[in-house]
Design a protein around this ligand. Structure first.
Ligand code: DX5
Ligand code: ZN
Length: 222
């Protein structure tokens, strides 16, 4: 399992997004973009026009995390725009099979996210439709929140389910991932790590990405 790091621009300077993306180019695997609509979550961030602009300026593939009320309506457009991965939330999607398939048909990887209180076992039959399962380790909506240890057993169960289906689905964690918590996530089976404040709150964002990757890789091998 290769470790992948996906810095979240939620903690970046929104007035200089292109420059902020550049800070992690060459070291990060993805650029994580949090789309929030002030309905599914209380916060409001950005939408398709800004993702389209970012796609023109960064060489990193974009990992779109849609925290919106109507992912069935909007997710395919992010994939058609060129996002490399588009993640919808279990709690918001009304037709997840159709939407996950639409994301794939538009050429992106299909992502499926679970809030901390949403069980993973319930969605086992959906795994063949999913390229990346996102297990949230905070309640979605804001950067800089405290990591929820309570989610770790679910992360391990998610890894076991993924292995049962051949091990090809990526397992992403998002929320409170830092040098203090990333090893526990890796040990529980995560292989794609989103980090907002731990990367963009650091003086040297590229170094923060490299350090996180080294910690996760070492923990995977332990
Ligand atoms: C939270 C977002 C995260 C956020 C994580 O709802 O989905 O991607 O940027 O921020 P940190 O890493 O600071 O917890
Ligand atoms: Zn996110």
């Amino acid at each position: 399992m290769a470790v992948q790091i996906s810095p979240s621009i939620l903690s970046a300077d929104f007035s200089r997004l292109a420059d902020e993306a550049t800070r992690v180019e060459g070291v990060a695997d993805w650029l994580h973009v949090d789309v929030m609509d002030n309905h599914f979550v209380p916060n409001l961030t950005l939408g398709l026009p800004i993702v389209e602009s970012l796609l023109k300026t960064t060489s990193l593939p974009i990992d779109c995390h849609l925290m919106i009320e109507s992912p069935d309506r909007w997710a395919p457009s992010y994939a058609e725009a060129g996002a490399g991965s588009v993640t919808i939330h279990a709690e918001a999607a009304k037709a997840p099979v159709r939407t996950l398939r639409a994301i794939r048909s538009a050429g992106a990887r299909s992502g499926f996210a679970l809030n901390p209180a949403t069980p993973v076992d319930y969605y086992e039959d959906l795994l063949p439709e999913i390229d990346m399962l996102l297990v949230m380790t905070v309640e979605p909506g804001f950067g800089g929140q405290k990591f929820l240890d309570v989610v770790l057993p679910k992360l391990s169960r998610a890894r076991a389910l993924i292995e049962k289906y051949g091990g090809e689905v990526w397992l992403q964690v998002d929320g409170g991932v830092s040098a203090e918590t990333i090893e526990r996530c890796a040990e529980a089976g995560a292989d794609v790590f989103v980090a907002g404040s731990a990367v963009y709150g650091a003086e040297d964002a590229a170094k923060a990405v490299r350090d996180l990757r080294a910690l996760a890789a070492a923990a995977q091998q332990a």
